[in-house]
Design a protein around this ligand. Structure first.
Ligand code: SF4
Length: 193
């Protein structure tokens, strides 16, 4: 769908330079999705894996973030192998709702109620990022925190359009449950892609 070099705005790698590859296609259907234009993979051009790697290598990027859409709707074995062979770190942002493929240095699982994640992805999550759209999402967060590995980092992130209402509730929740951390979409505050 698009690829660009920017700053990771969310989660554990927030603030780090990263090359983003956004893949078309998503069957999850979040009502508040901010990339609905990604949903239909057929509306986006196909790229050769090697040509994408060449684009990344034109930059000093060390981290490549594969996102979407739902990137696991594609088999990502070849793409991640090429990137890792080039010495690049492979990170994924996924809802975990499609079968796991690819070789990953970091898996950010962001489970969505509209199509729940598969156990095989939950079991290997390095980071759990829960989008808080309404109060019931705190129970959703608690449910998945109990399922991910003990070493998994835990983040609560306000849905962008609800940030003014939800951020104070998130702050209170984190103060009461300090195993969680706040994730903000800083790229939107500083107006970078
Ligand atoms: S999983 Fe991501 S891309 Fe798919 S509908 Fe939800 S927010 Fe949008």
């Amino acid at each position: 769908m698009e690829h660009f070099y920017t700053i990771q705005g969310e989660g554990f790698y927030q603030g780090r330079a990263a090359y983003f590859i956004r893949l078309g296609g998503c069957d999850v259907g979040c009502v508040w999705c901010d990339v609905k234009e990604s949903w239909d993979a057929d509306k986006h051009p196909l790229f050769e894996v090697k040509s994408l790697k060449i684009e990344v290598e034109k930059t000093p990027a060390e981290i490549v973030v594969i996102t979407g859409g739902e990137p696991l709707m594609h088999n990502l074995d070849e793409l991640t192998r090429e990137l890792q062979e080039a010495g690049l770190q492979t990170n994924i942002e996924t809802s975990g709702s499609s079968p796991l493929s690819g070789s990953w240095d970091w898996i950010c699982l962001s489970p969505k109620k509209f199509k729940e994640p598969l156990p095989e992805v939950i079991a290997v999550a390095n980071e759990l990022k829960i989008i808080i759209f309404n109060k019931s999402d705190f129970a959703w967060a608690k449910k998945y925190a109990a399922l991910v590995p003990a070493s998994c980092k835990l983040y609560l992130q306000p849905e962008w359009s609800k940030a003014a209402q939800m951020t104070p509730l998130i702050v209170d929740y984190i103060k009461a449950h300090p195993q969680w951390e706040l994730s903000l979409q800083i790229h939107k505050y500083i107006n970078v892609p």
